[in-house]
Design a protein. Structure first.
Lengths: 104, 149
């Protein structure tokens, strides 16, 4: 299982943050063909969950129609410097990743 | 009077039953809807209704023209009170349901993502606020579709 890279940053916006992530992932729809004309199997991230200091704050459920290498931003209110932002995602092949950032 | 309040109590109980079953649904991801090939099936599964009120309190920023349908950036912000759920649909895509965002009181007012579009189509954004669905949409003209096949 290939290790996929997830980048996460948190930008202070007023009394909260804008969490932005870039996940390296093919997001295959299952409709594309490879060079031999075989269907490339469907492979996509099912959800991206955000939490702050361990408290779940929101989930972005995604479909295969989200572009490859998902680049997402999500505003979260009431977050201050020193809080821990965490992101967890899982795809339809049960590959997953978790990253944490301390808000600076 | 007593009869009336009994009726009201039943109605309230029935109503809250529906409310709780919706909460239960919201907790599990609508997997089937994400793979549905037509927008109607996907939307009935996720929204549970076809009724949505057009609202200018949802702001959708998308390009008017996209050269490459594989990467269409969209940006959504809403001033609707306590958004509970945000749904992104592109009706003519092979799988029209793109995203269902489950929010908490701390989130839901703003998000940004990049989506694929098979061709010129509307991007529809539904927001649930205080039990009601609201919608806004914008057409994006796509030069080269980005869904393959």
């Amino acid at each position: 299982m290939a290790k996929r890279r997830t980048r996460l940053k948190a930008e202070i916006m007023g009394s909260g943050i804008r969490a932005t992530c870039l996940i390296k992932h093919p997001m295959e729809t299952g409709n594309r063909l490879d060079s031999d004309g075989n269907k490339i199997p469907i492979h996509y991230i099912k959800y991206v969950k955000f939490s702050v200091n361990g408290e779940h704050v929101g989930t972005l459920n995604l479909g295969p129609g989200v572009s490859a290498d998902p680049y997402l931003s999500f505003d979260i209110a009431d977050v201050k410097v020193g809080d821990t932002l965490a992101l967890q995602w899982e795809d339809n092949k049960s590959e997953s990743d978790t990253v944490e950032r301390v808000v600076k | 009077m007593q009869n009336l309040s009994a009726v009201a109590a039943t109605w309230v109980a029935g109503g809250s039953g529906i409310f709780y079953s919706m909460l239960a649904n919201a907790a599990s991801r609508p997997d089937a809807a994400f793979l549905a090939k037509d927008a109607d099936t996907a939307m009935m599964e996720v929204l549970g209704t076809r009724e949505a009120t057009a609202s200018d309190q949802i702001k959708l920023d998308a390009p008017l023209q996209a050269e490459n349908g594989a990467v269409v950036p969209i940006e959504v912000s809403t001033t609707l009170p306590s958004p509970e759920s945000v749904v992104v649909v592109v009706p003519n895509n092979p799988t029209p349901l793109l995203s269902v965002i489950e929010t908490t009181p701390r989130t839901g007012n703003y998000f940004r993502m990049r989506i694929k579009m098979a061709g010129t189509d509307n991007v529809m954004v539904y927001v649930k606020s205080e039990g009601q669905w609201y919608v806004t949409s914008q057409e994006v003209r796509v030069a080269i579709g980005g869904c393959g096949g």
